[in-house]
Design a protein around this ligand. Structure first.
Ligand code: SAM
Ligand code: SF4
Length: 354
């Protein structure tokens, strides 16, 4: 028994509610006109690191095995998302997706779909060195590797594991396997984070990786996040600009969450993802599927829609499509972190899929 139980959402929607004005075909839209084309799939809530801003040191009560989607159930939902709902990018995440047995097989299933979506992976990179080639062969297009510091002591303090060299090897293997552009996702430590950011950018420039720094969000399992104890985009920009020549990237941002800066005249860029201080919800193009078969319209959604129960009760593809559409149709305008009444979701980031 762990100290922090895995919080599951209080509100679960059943399949009954289908708004009359919701489109039944075409893109996956919400009432604000946003179109979801990017599917984030959490394959497992388990992880081999214990990042302080995500999981407690002792881990969590993992989802029970019989609640996880089977490989066939997952393949069916992925097929439906791509062939009926207009999903053009599938990103596998977790927990740690490299812990999912048969990841290469799932990647191959998606790679065989038409129209073929882009296939990406967000990983902590710990075991990427020995998997990168097989994943590329299966059809994976690119990876984002999470790395918050290139200082071994600081890395171990943040992740509670001494695995920096494995992650750096994983990055190199991903680049060698053609899984580019290789991106590095960093969440900065409130203490040494600004110095880490400068070292990370130096490192990424040297190896040709694209650094993206993400503001820490209130999604930790311990509900310990405090706005005044996390670094904001403005502070991060100021620290980087003191060391590098930064100019706004002229490329249109589209729905990308990162504001990009050209570094030292380009073409290298660094991105700052200001999820808290400058929310970009109006441009959001995401829909999420958890490892236990729940649809979430937002990282911060208070409600989930249970596709696993429908699947196991024999629902046909028309019913699954309609319920997924209804879940997205109800998507809220924004995450509300900055609203006085904001309530952190019960499900932590590791069980949603970042
Ligand atoms: N384990 C994999 C990894 O770390 O890349 C995939 C899952 S992890 C939940 C996905 C991303 O979410 C990582 O880049 C991680 O840094 C980020 N993340 C986790 N907790 C976060 C938080 N509280 N605020 C912002 N980002 C967070
Ligand atoms: Fe694991 Fe990723 Fe969470 Fe770190 S951020 S504990 S690597 S799931």
């Amino acid at each position: 028994m762990t100290l922090t139980a895995l919080g599951l959402p209080a509100i679960r929607r059943d399949a009954e509610e289908h708004p009359a004005d919701m489109p039944r075909t075409g893109p996956l839209v919400d009432t604000f006109g946003r179109v979801a084309t990017d599917l984030r799939v959490s394959l497992t809530d388990r992880c081999n690191l214990r990042c302080t801003y995500c999981m407690p040191a002792e881990g969590l009560d993992w989802l029970p095995g019989d609640e996880l989607l089977t490989r066939d159930e997952l393949a069916r939902l992925l097929t439906l998302a791509v062939t009926r709902l207009g999903i053009t990018c599938v990103r596998f995440t977790g927990g740690e997706p490299l812990l999912y047995r048969g990841l290469e097989d799932v990647v191959a299933v998606v790679a065989a779909l038409r129209p073929r979506p882009e296939i990406a992976l967000t990983t902590n990179g710990v075991s990427l060195a020995r998997r990168a080639r097989a994943l590329a062969d299966a059809g994976l297009d690119r990876v984002n590797v999470s790395l918050d510091s290139v200082d071994a002591v600081q890395f171990a303090a943040i992740t509670r594991r001494d695995r920096l060299d494995d992650v750096l090897d994983g990055l190199a293997a991903a680049a060698a396997a053609g899984l580019g552009p290789v991106k590095v996702n960093a969440v900065l430590d409130p203490e040494g984070g600004l110095a880490d950011a400068v070292e990370l950018l130096d490192y990424c420039l040297r190896y040709g990786y694209q650094l993206r720094i993400i503001e820490q969000m209130p999604l930790d399992a311990g509900h310990l996040w405090r706005r005044d104890a996390s670094l904001g985009a403005d502070e991060i920009y100021t620290a980087l600009a003191a060391r590098f020549d930064l100019s706004p990237d002229p490329a249109p941002r589209g729905s990308a969450p990162a504001q990009l800066w050209q570094v030292n005249g380009g073409p290298a860029t660094v991105g700052i993802i200001a999820s808290v201080s400058h929310a970009f919800c109006a441009a959001c193009d995401r829909t999420r599927l958890t490892a236990d078969g729940q649809i979430r319209s937002c990282l911060f959604a208070a409600e989930e829609t249970d596709l696993r129960a429908l699947l196991r009760n024999g629902a046909d593809d028309d019913a699954l499509e309609s319920v997924w559409r209804a879940a997205m149709w109800r998507k809220a305008a924004g995450h509300g972190i900055n609203d006085p009444g904001f309530v952190q979701p019960q499900r932590p980031m590791s069980a949603i899929g970042g």
